[in-house]
Design a protein around this ligand. Sequence first.
Ligand code: 6GU
Length: 295
Amino acid sequence: MKFLIITIFPDFVRSVFEFGVLRRAVEAGLISYGVVDPRDFTEDRHRTTDDAPYGGGPGMVMLAEPLYRAISALREEHGAQTPVIYLSPSGMPLSQGLAEELAKLSEVRGRKSEEAKDPALPDCEASTEPDQSSDSTLQTSDIRLPTPALILLCGRYEGIDQRLLDEIGAREVSIGDYVLSGGELAAMVLVDAVARLLPGVLGNEDSSGTESFAGRGDGAKLLDWPHYTRPEIWRGRRVPEVLLSGNHAKILSFRENAALLLTFRRRPELLSAELRQRAESLLDSLQGRDAAEQP
Ligand code: 6GU
């Protein structure tokens, strides 16, 4: 997956790819990124990227033309259909589901070529690169489509000229109900959430699956259970006994109950009526039990 970011703070955005999981994913060739500055697509002496809003009011609005040229340059290089996501507090909320949908854009190799003609993917010609095997029959899995790309458009000031967003068909995404001073941090949140879902990015293929908000197959979304590591007693606080028991069935049931109760207490709106019921019965059955045994 290629993340192409349009920002007036290119160094800030690049720095995010230099640490931790994202850095390792770049080094392993599992993701790549490009950063472009709309200033480089201006033609005036001051390299202007914003102006006062028509109709008056405070702040400045980003000009359509430099952004249009930046997007056109990226689409020319990476595919005319490359989707554009505009990070804005007025967008659709980012969710684990949306992150999964975006991560799936990269699930192309090995699919039937018909299916692979996903309109969301760059419509460059599929290049065929038969592998080194002696079999000269071209397998559908040998068809290599171009690496899927996402253009992430970061706004600053009061926003972006609406005509640019309409012209390019941008999808607007917000990371929550609060206002940031620009889209850069939001774009980096989206990149992280998507990248860690791509095959191979997390060392342990399992670890994106069991935590908060990862679907568990049954559609249930629960908060994560609490975690403990050494020492067994820290400042007088003991690790729950069951976690030391080696009884894996009991441990799983303890953790699932803990996750259910935490979700019930903190985010009851995430639970179905059935799970809420189950949490209530669990609370009843725990009444009067030793605190050390409680999830
Ligand atoms: Cl995507 N951008 C800005 N500027 N503020 C936000 C946001 C995005 N999501 C939440 N607040």
